[in-house]
Ligand binder design. Structure first.
Ligand code: FAQ
Length: 311
């Protein structure tokens, strides 16, 4: 790749042009997008597991229907995102193998267990809330297929966030036990939700380059701050407290100060030692192996069709 090629590419980015699949692009730009979109797709699919765990135990038919729809949406998001990554020249088989071998990551958040029904509320409110904060800027990302996929995904995430908040609202206005359940879920999901935004800016190895390429529009810490500022008033409306003694409004910065994230825990979970990592990958491996005959049958059907057409 000559300096002229790289400069011409950067000029397109600086002019806010969208990069499309057949356009020339630096190998590193392609690689970064495959990494990020692939990780994002895996997160959506693995993200179906913690909530899927509660579909059969949803407290009412209405809650069950909403949760079922949400989990199906996540499956849809994963498929869009795999397709967006495929436009960059990687196959779904390869991406899946990378997930199963541990080479490709998925969001740390999905390695925490869902212990009570209130966790479904907390996931919608906090995890989808964090996902939206991170994904709205991705609607303006420089890579066309990713940006376009994010538009629909964000609309659906916003419904997910509301259904979660409404569960939290119902619980926090309910019996003492229900309110306690909601508080316990907030206590357990708050810090992991903040970790979804990734390492702090000083430790984020990809941020600078991804920002220059307009894949990222805000830094990890900037999005985390926006999330805290948007979410704390919502928690106060619920009458719940956040598990952070350092959380305090700071008039000078016009935002909340908050305590230090436990980065050891973050990296442990990212590196595969969270409570649910082994289970999550085992579930994905089983689904992939159980589905092998479907993929084989689909391929055999295509081959048969081709032969019939040729005859
Ligand atoms: N978990 O240099 P950076 C959802 C890794 S939303 C695990 O800052 P980057 C919806 C990172 O990959 C969740 N790993 O990296 C839903 C890199 O390692 P690598 C998914 C993490 O890419 C809701 C290393 O640390 N959303 O699923 C995490 O510039 C409810 C250094 O980090 C997306 O994926 C983490 N939290 O910034 C579904 C959004 N953070 O790859 C179901 C798209 C960092 O070199 C229910 N992705 N790492 O091996 C992004 O915006 C970015 O990739 C970041 C990380 C912000 C996640």
């Amino acid at each position: 790749e000559t300096p002229e090629f790289l400069a011409a590419f950067q000029a397109r980015i600086d002019a806010d042009e969208k990069i499309e699949p057949k356009d020339p692009m630096p190998a590193a730009y392609r690689k970064t997008l495959i990494r990020q979109i692939g990780q994002h797709a895996h997160s959506e699919i693995v993200g179906m597991l913690p909530e899927g765990n509660w579909i059969t135990r949803a407290p009412t038919l209405r809650r069950k229907a909403a949760l079922l729809a949400k989990v199906q949406d996540e499956g849809g998001h994963g498929l869009y995102l795999y397709s967006a990554a495929e436009t960059l020249g990687i196959s779904r088989d390869q991406m899946t193998e990378e997930l199963l071998s541990g080479k490709a990551k998925y969001s740390s958040i999905f390695n925490y267990p869902t212990l009570t029904w209130a966790d479904i509320g907390a996931i919608g409110w906090l995890v989808d809330g964090a996902a939206i904060m991170n994904q709205v800027p991705l609607c303006r990302c420089s890579y066309g297929p990713y940006a376009r996929a994010m538009i629909r995904v964000c609309k659906e995430e916003s419904f997910h966030q509301r259904q979660g908040y409404e569960i939290m609202l119902t619980l926090s206005r309910g019996s003492d036990e229900q309110k306690e359940m909601a508080q316990d879920a907030l206590n357990r999901w708050w810090w992991p939700s903040l970790m979804m935004f990734g390492p702090s800016d000083g430790d984020s190895q990809h941020s600078d380059q991804s920002t220059r390429w307009k894949i990222k529009r805000f830094t990890n810490d900037a999005l985390r701050q926006k999330f805290v500022d948007a979410t704390v008033p919502q928690g106060e409306k619920l009458g719940l407290t956040f598990p952070d003694p350092d959380l305090k409004w700071n008039d000078d910065k016009g935002g909340y100060d908050f305590g230090e994230i436990d980065w050891d825990e973050f990296w442990r979970v990212v590196k595969g030692q969270g409570r649910m990592n082994v289970d999550r990958i085992a579930a994905r491996r089983k689904a992939w192996e159980d589905g092998a005959w479907v993929r084989e049958a689909a391929m055999a059907h295509v081959e048969k069709r081709k032969t019939q057409m040729a005859a």
